[in-house]
Write a protein that binds this ligand. Structure first.
Ligand code: CU
Length: 202
């Protein structure tokens, strides 16, 4: 599944996504606790309200990673990302699975980029989503408060998790999570683009 959901998510597709990611939406993990008893007025049976307070925008994506470089450790990789914005605060969680064993123990950079995730075309993803750049603020600062950085270290079983919280709400678009060859340095640089996951919301 790739796409956007605001406010109310269809239970069938989304519980699978939420189920692997703890956090603000963790209460959705157990479908048995989220049926009739928690269904607010106007939410049809079979759907579940996201249990977060106030106005929230939720964007999720779940699917195979698209290769941006040949023969990388992410060729059979999959990823799930859940981004929840409440006001000016956004929490993003990423889970990656199916990473090649040669990558166990390695740390990779991962970021939200402004552009699309297109297989074989790393440039299509554009630059990092930077809140200063997007909002025209100068000087532009590059750090984990202005950008969404999700560096992760791969476990022996080929899985990894990362999360971040930032003080801004990214503007909608056809965007991507890009995985890079090495950990992000203090300039925001992380080497070659290896794979990406589309993340689109409106
Ligand atoms: Cu990046």
């Amino acid at each position: 599944m790739t796409g956007t959901v605001r406010g109310v998510l269809a239970a069938v597709g989304v519980l699978g996504v939420i189920g692997v990611i703890a956090g603000p939406v963790a209460a959705a993990q157990n479908p048995a606790q989220n049926t009739a008893a928690k269904r607010p007025p106007g939410v049809p049976r079979g759907e579940v309200a996201i249990p977060v307070a106030g106005e929230s925008d939720v964007a999720t994506s779940n699917g195979p990673l698209l290769a941006l470089a040949p023969h990388g450790p992410f060729e059979r990789g999959r990823a799930v990302v859940v981004m929840v914005s409440q006001g000016a605060r956004t929490t993003v969680r990423l889970k990656v699975t199916g990473v090649g064993r040669t990558a166990a123990g390695r740390t990779f950079g991962a970021h939200l980029h402004t552009g699309e995730c297109v297989a074989g075309d790393g440039a299509a993803a554009g630059p990092h989503y930077n809140a200063d750049v997007i909002n025209g603020r100068k000087p532009v600062r590059v750090d984990r408060e202005r950008e969404i950085w999700l560096d992760f270290t791969v476990s022996p079983s080929g899985a990894a998790k990362a999360s971040t919280a930032v003080p801004f709400a990214p503007k909608p678009g056809d965007r991507s999570i890009v995985i890079h060859d090495h950990a992000t340095d203090h300039h925001g640089t992380a080497g070659a683009r290896l794979a990406c996951l589309p993340l689109t919301w409106t």
